[in-house]
Write a protein that binds this ligand. Structure first.
Ligand code: GBH
Length: 459
């Protein structure tokens, strides 16, 4: 048996728009995802999160599910438009009351609430009237929204996460247009990312100035897939490294080192915004822990065209091309229903890479999991492939800890099947199955398996 440290945190994660539903209830304003889902051909089967898992009404049942699983911590996100319907101004008390009830219910069940302030559901007005993440005016607004949350919930919350995966907000939202607000551009991702980083830093500044005195910590969650060099040539080793710097270094270097990676400055040129000296100071050290969402790996190699910066890369894909890396799959790798490669070894290597580059931060895996094709309840109750996935990745976590990585917790994505963004309800990531007609929940085989891992604190 591979035993985890005694204080290791086992949890599950969800996000507001993916589970809550009840989009017109309790004074909630609209978000960019409500808008995006109304546009044709953006979401598979024209699904939307308007009812999702109905968690807004069923949250007590969901907390019971978690209690049954023995989960110690639950990471959920707050819908900004429930707290401030138009993204600014006075707080909406019904929204605050919903999250108060959820938090208290979790605590009553000995589950520690971990809050993410932003998991992609930007108030629609901030986008329509203030240019969303493209305008630096968002920094103050995010700071004020964060302040309301800290003041309302801070007495009971010990772990805060400012942003979930700003890479996705920037690249999928403003680069290839796969996510809301659906822009396609090779400049906007860098501007959005810049404002996301500054907004994160502002929220942290607000939090620290409040001095709530309750041992609370605050950080950011970034996502990164690992890159193995295709061959052991120097060119491919450099390509893999460059790809990781473009992926995670883009968001983590400013926070742990004080600026964007040098290679990005060289290859992106004047499309990469610059931080002022004051901004660098504000961002440096603005995360008490390293939140990591990790799902997959790819092979990286030098493209045939070499690595000269290419001018005039326009539109869709431009962003991915800036790194000048050719990405491919190892045909021996298994794939999930998302077509993402299952490579536990990549999880271990990424943890070691982060440990080294950022000088041994405390790391929490705030998401890891897989979609499996589960057309029926029976298939869901026999999700052996998901068990195999978790077994591989949790073992990789164990090995990283043996190699002295400061990994302190693991959150399975996700507690239950939910609205999987552009894939609608067609991709299922849950430990629990959800019937989207009756909203009935039932534990999958993997949930029973995870319950044992938590109980024994070992794999
Ligand atoms: C998470 O993002 C989200 O936080 C969550 O809301 C969502 O439900 C969950 O994943 C499942 O999708 O290397 O080209 O193959 C995941 C971010 C970014 C991870 C893209 C996989 C594959 C890109 N994903 N990445 S590639």
């Amino acid at each position: 048996m591979n035993k985890f440290p005694n204080d290791f945190v086992w949890g599950t994660a969800t996000s507001s728009y993916q589970i809550e539903g009840a989009v017109n209830e309790g004074g909630r304003g609209r978000s960019i995802w409500d808008l995006f889902c109304e546009q044709p051909n953006k979401i598979l089967n024209s699904d939307s999160g308007s009812t999702a898992c109905n968690h807004y009404y069923l949250f007590e049942d969901d907390v019971k599910l978690m209690a049954d699983l023995g989960i110690k911590a639950y990471r959920f996100s707050i819908a900004w438009p429930r707290i401030q319907p138009s993204g600014e101004g006075e707080p909406n008390l019904a929204g605050i009351s919903f999250y108060n009830k959820l938090i208290d219910c979790l605590i009553d069940n000995d589950i520690e609430p971990w809050i993410t302030l932003y998991h992609w559901d930007l108030p629609e007005d901030l986008y329509l009237r203030h240019q969303g993440w493209l305008s630096s005016s968002i920094v103050d607004k995010f700071g004020e929204y964060a302040r309301i949350c800290f003041e309302s919930f801070g007495d009971r919350i010990k772990h805060w996460i400012t942003l979930n995966e700003p890479w996705c907000s920037a690249v999928l939202g403003y680069g290839n247009g796969h996510h809301a607000p659906g822009h396609i551009s090779n400049t906007e991702p860098y501007i959005a990312a810049h404002n996301l980083l500054l907004s994160h830093a502002r929220a942290v500044e607000v939090y620290r100035d409040l001095s709530l005195n309750n041992d609370g910590v605050i950080g950011i969650t970034n996502n990164c897939d690992y890159r193995f060099p295709l061959t052991q040539t120097e060119e491919d080793i450099n390509a893999a490294e460059r790809s990781l710097e473009f992926f995670i270094g883009w968001f983590a270097d400013p926070i742990w080192k004080g600026d964007y990676p040098q290679i990005m400055k060289e290859l992106v040129g004047n499309r990469l915004p610059k931080f002022t000296e004051d901004e660098k100071k504000l961002i440096l050290g603005s995360s008490d822990f390293f939140g990591l969402n990790h799902y997959s790996s790819m092979l990286a190699s030098e493209p045939n065209e070499g690595i000269q910066p290419r001018e005039n890369i326009a539109g869709n894909g431009g962003m991915f091309e800036d790194q000048l890396v050719h990405l491919s799959d190892d045909p021996n790798w298994k794939k999930t229903h998302m077509e993402w490669n299952v490579v536990p070894e990549g999880c271990k290597e990424l943890l070691k890479w982060i440990d080294k580059r950022y000088n041994k931060p405390t790391i929490y895996i705030t998401e890891n999991g897989c979609a499996q094709d589960e057309p029926t309840l029976e298939a869901a109750q026999n999700d052996d492939d998901r068990i195999q996935f978790f077994e591989g990745y949790i073992n990789a976590c164990y090995e990283a800890i043996q190699d002295d990585v400061n990994l302190k917790g693991y959150f399975a994505w996700s507690l239950m099947d939910n609205f999987e963004w552009a894939w609608g309800y067609d991709r299922r990531f849950g430990l629990c199955r959800v019937d989207f007609n009756t909203f009935e929940r039932s534990l999958k085989k993997s949930a029973h398996w995870y319950k044992e891992v938590i109980k024994n604190n070992s794999i």
